[in-house]
Design a protein around this ligand. Structure first.
Ligand SMILES: *Cc1c(COP(=O)(O)O)cnc(C)c1O
Length: 233
């Protein structure tokens, strides 16, 4: 079995330089995270507030790391999320966006966020459908403390590669359509899409950030190894 550093090197060789590699470290030890850091990783993705807090305390000497919240965020944990993370990829409702905006004003911060969309109906995922998102854009643009950087998506399970590729391409087109509307507060330059099994398809479709866990760190313990953010509560 290759080392974490070797795997990181292999993956980087497949990624264009412009694509940001986010190492998803849920259920990964801080020792393994230090290995990833030593291999050049500066972006860690976590899906639980509490787990992230504990790791951030243990890794406080790594001052140039950017922390990304990728899991489902409940409104009552929004403040903690803003304290702990520079990026929130999983903003999945107008209500959450507005709460984050209100808190960001109080806390004088300007968090970078992605809007989580689902281009196919999927009972296991939260997020905006296309029509819901288009409807909410004016209200989202009012959230002017949020730096709305782009869209995030997770394909439903059970799709073929071609279907996944189509879904990622549709996500890119949606971002482009929103860009063309020239909202003052939604640059929409980023696409957070692609996980261990589909990141090459995501890159092909224009992902700017891939979120990789198992392919870097190995399988997570089976007890809670779902990639669905809802199971991470
Ligand atoms: C767990 C998780 C990932 C990483 O998944 P892998 O299959 O381990 O690469 C990416 N994004 C989200 C939202 C996740 O919950």
């Amino acid at each position: 079995m290759s080392s974490i550093a070797e795997r990181i090197t292999q993956i980087r060789e497949k990624l264009p330089h412009t694509v940001r590699l986010i190492a998803v470290t849920k259920q990964v030890s801080v020792a393994a995270m230090r290995e990833a850091y030593a291999a050049g990783v500066r972006d860690f993705g976590e899906s639980r507030i509490q787990e992230a807090a504990s790791k951030q305390a243990q890794l406080h000497d790594l001052t140039d790391v950017t922390w990304h919240m990728i899991g489902r965020l409940q409104t009552n944990k929004a403040k903690k999320a803003l304290e702990q993370f520079q990026w929130i990829h999983s903003v999945d409702s107008l209500k959450l966006a507005q709460r984050l905006n209100q808190l960001a004003l109080q806390m004088s911060c300007q968090p970078k966020v992605c809007l989580q969309v689902k281009l196919r109906s999927d009972p296991h995922k939260t997020g905006w459908s296309v029509s819901e998102l288009l409807q909410d854009l004016p209200a989202l643009n009012e959230c002017d403390r949020l730096n709305i950087q782009g869209l995030m998506t997770i394909p439903p399970l059970g799709l073929s590669d071609l279907e996944i590729l189509n879904l990622f391409e549709q996500t890119r087109e949606l971002a482009t359509n929103i860009q063309k509307q020239h909202w003052s507060n939604m640059p929409m330059h980023h696409l957070s899409m692609g996980m261990s099994d589909d990141y090459l398809l995501a890159v092909q479709a224009g992902a700017t950030m891939v979120r990789l866990g198992r392919i870097l760190f190995g399988a997570r313990p089976t007890i809670n190894n779902s990639t669905e953010s809802e199971s991470q509560l």
